[in-house]
Design a protein around this ligand. Structure first.
Ligand code: NDP
Length: 295
């Protein structure tokens, strides 16, 4: 078994981003700038946004965290997004999900200028990704593709099984793995909660991407010998063993599955770190104007 080590890959890519950022800052006369909007007090979301902001600072970006109370109206949020869209000193904007029930996440996603949509959730970016055109790729699948590329994993012709079809992970992951690109060129099966006999589907995977949000869902009897296993799941449970008071578990039973896998990501220390890299790379591209030229 070989580890797909998010720490090793993200450290290396972050150094590259830092170098490029210093050059770009000199050229532009300002740093790349990411704004994150957070609504409410979900512990997980607060941790993710804080980590994104910290990573921005580490590579030399400016970052702003706009934190609103749960009772902010949809209209007020949409107006803030409009304001940021019009601000030339801001390159990227993300709105941390989930949002409170009274705010429509689709309206929010579509309100963001697609040229600042560094999470890659806007329909224009998703459509362009499907067509293999320059775009912002959703951060988690982007990070996974960068990880596969880093380890030189040959994906062409392999059977990939993606478990979970969310708009932010499973669906874009299936598109990227099927695209005519490297990594890519897989034959992809996209599974979900209505899939019949999911075990037999997962068993066929040369590459398995688990993104469902259920602790230890993928067990050793579902995984064929030599499979490449990518665990996106982050399941938080309270714990007295850790300083933070909680422990993270993946969607894959790592202990059981690792001996059968040729490559596997740990949780934590795998895909989560690569998601940050996807976001940083998109923000740098937004500031450079390489995906969408600055007007
Ligand atoms: P969603 O809840 O949006 O989607 C879950 C998907 O899993 C759905 O498609 C659902 O099917 C499917 N599913 C749920 N239960 C089953 C089941 N028993 N059998 C088969 N399929 C099932 O989740 P996300 O994609 O947003 O996140 C998935 C996990 O990844 C979570 O743990 C999340 O915290 C984590 N995550 C980690 C990130 C990282 O950086 N590492 C980034 C983003 C997410 P259906 O569509 O039919 O309901």
């Amino acid at each position: 078994m070989n580890l797909l080590d998010g720490k090793e890959v993200s450290t290396k890519i972050k150094e590259d981003i830092k170098r490029e950022t210093a050059e770009l800052t000199e050229k532009l006369g300002r740093k790349p700038h990411l704004v994150a909007i957070l609504v409410g007090n979900d512990g997980g979301s607060e941790t993710y946004v804080a980590s994104k902001m910290r990573n921005c600072e580490q590579v030399g970006f400016d970052s702003t965290n706009l934190h609103y109370d749960t009772d902010i109206t949809e209209e007020a949020l949409l107006n803030k997004i409009k304001e940021i869209n019009a601000d030339d000193s801001i390159d990227g904007l993300i709105v941390q999900l989930p949002l409170p029930k009274h705010i429509d996440p689709d309206k929010v996603t579509e309100a963001i200028d697609y040229r600042k949509d560094v999470d890659g959730f806007h329909p224009i970016n998703l459509g362009r990704m499907q067509r293999n055109l320059p775009c912002f790729i959703p951060a988690t699948p982007y990070g996974i593709m960068l990880m596969l590329a880093h380890y030189g994993i040959d994906t062409a012709g392999k059977k990939a099984v993606v478990v979970g079809r969310s708009n932010i992970v499973g669906s874009p992951m299936s598109i990227l793995l099927a695209r005519n690109s490297n990594p890519g060129n897989c034959t992809v099966t996209l599974t979900h909660s209505r899939t019949k006999d999911i075990k037999s589907e997962i068993l066929q995977g040369d590459i398995i991407v688990a993104a469902i949000g259920k602790k230890n869902f993928v067990t050793a009897d579902m995984v064929k010998e030599g499979a490449i296993v990518i665990d996106v799941g982050i399941n938080r449970e309270t714990s007295t063993e850790t300083k933070s008071g909680f422990k993270l578990y993946g969607d894959v039973d790592f202990e059981q599955v690792a001996p059968k896998a040729s490559w596997i990501t740990p949780v934590p220390g795998g895909v989560g770190l690569m998601t940050i890299i996807g976001l940083l790379k998109n923000t740098l591209e937004a500031a450079k104007g390489t995906v969408y030229p600055k007007s």
